[in-house]
Design a protein around this ligand. Structure first.
Ligand SMILES: NC(=O)c1ccc[n+]([C@@H]2O[C@H](COP(=O)([O-])OP(=O)(O)OC[C@H]3O[C@@H](n4cnc5c(N)ncnc54)[C@H](O)[C@@H]3O)[C@@H](O)[C@H]2O)c1
Length: 349
């Protein structure tokens, strides 16, 4: 059990963690795709309570779905002592976090992350958000969950592609963390087995290690004003790649990490051996290790101009420079102001 600020991370079954909470205080929120599986994991006396079902995936992060959540809470007569229990991936937790923050000026939130990405990243740190049209995560707040309940048996029903996508953020955390963490991943990769065949104990260790890294940055910078920015490693190029290719978030971030590494090697910050090590780790998990590879995966020619336009529009741009995460080595990753011309140059490789 780990405690950070107001959040406690518990490993194990959801029913064990919820049994002390009076069922009349609980409102569950989950996606239509997970509703049945969520009920199966709960004993009848807890699971037969009040449920809100929202559309699957990113499509739940809209104002209209948020409004429907508020109406459901109203119909349930949810008061300030209500606990919203969100069961799902990062999309459900982002929506539920914002709803919990704003309903009656803030109610308790419990997160039950069901994807690898949600366990190691989205459930931690209190950030939530909804989208406006194509603009992702533009409306949001900070609202720490009281508990985060991690039951790695949820990961068994994820596809190899979904697990790979989560692995990108896990590899990112390992590179931020240090040599031992990266070796742990190399050992998993050396086993050459599909991620769907990883055993529960390895997943639990992987999730714990990865959460510790994110927690360290969250504690140092709870409101994401400086120290936490290194968590954006791979994301400047990644967001642009995601928009242009439609690849899952983790695939785009992996390609963005590869591109950031190329830039770091060209400015003498990173040695090519480390660059190769990170690239082979990403590829072993089925991820692209560069921008060309990402576009190759969707059979599309790399549109450098469109990519650069999106980077120019990045919120981290200041004048003709972008605050960009540059890896200097395993366990040594820094935020530096990089001229747009240099970013454009990295796209040529
Ligand atoms: N708030 C944060 O700090 C933060 C950090 C990272 C990402 N995010 C957000 O997280 C979202 C992405 O989250 P995600 O990758 O978890 O995807 P997701 O929540 O969109 O879920 C992806 C798909 O996986 C399915 N799914 C979920 N759990 C499953 C399971 N156990 N078995 C089978 N299928 C399952 C869902 O039904 C959905 O179809 C994005 O909206 C992103 O912006 C937020």
């Amino acid at each position: 059990m780990q405690t950070t600020h107001n959040s406690t991370i518990r490993f194990g079954s959801i029913s064990g963690s919820l049994k002390l909470l009076p069922s009349e205080r609980i409102v569950f929120i989950t996606s239509s795709a997970l509703r049945e599986k969520a009920s199966e994991k709960l004993p009848l006396e807890i699971g037969s309570g009040r449920w809100i079902e929202v559309p699957d995936g990113e499509s739940c992060k809209t104002f209209s779905v948020l409004e429907s959540v508020y109406y459901a809470l109203l119909n349930f007569d949810a008061g300030s002592d209500t606990v919203l229990v969100a069961i799902g991936g990062g999309s459900v937790s982002d929506l539920a976090g914002f709803a919990a923050h704003t309903w009656k000026r803030g109610i308790e939130l419990i997160l039950v992350p069901t994807t690898l990405l949600a366990m190691i990243d989205a459930s931690i740190g209190g950030k939530n958000a909804i989208d406006i049209g194509c603009a992702k995560n533009v409306v949001g707040s900070f609202h720490l969950p009281k508990d985060i309940i991690c039951d790695v048996s949820w990961l068994r029903s994820l596809s190899e592609r979904d697990l790979s996508s989560g692995m990108a953020e896990a590899v990112k955390h390992a590179v931020l963390d240090g040599e031992e963490h990266v070796r742990f991943f190399e050992q998993i990769a050396e086993a050459h087995s599909p991620l769907t065949e990883l055993d529960g104990r390895t997943f639990e260790e992987l999730v714990r290690l990865s959460q510790e890294v994110k927690l360290r940055y969250v504690k140092a910078d709870p409101y994401d004003s400086k120290a936490r920015h290194v968590l954006n490693y791979g994301h400047t190029f990644g967001h642009a790649i995601e928009l242009l290719t439609g690849l899952p978030h983790g695939f785009a971030v992996a390609a963005g990490m590869g591109a950031a590494n190329t830039l770091a090697v060209s400015r003498g910050a990173l040695d090519p051996v480390t660059q190769g090590r990170i690239a082979s780790l990403l590829r072993r998990f089925g991820l692209p290790a560069g921008i060309q590879e990402a576009f190759g995966m969707v059979d599309r020619a790399l549109d450098r101009r469109a990519l650069l336009e999106l980077i120019r529009a990045d919120k981290k741009r200041r004048g003709n420079k972008v605050d960009f995460v540059v890896p200097h080595g395993i366990g040594d990753v820094r935020v530096e102001a990089i001229p747009l011309d240099e970013l454009a140059e990295a796209l040529r490789v």
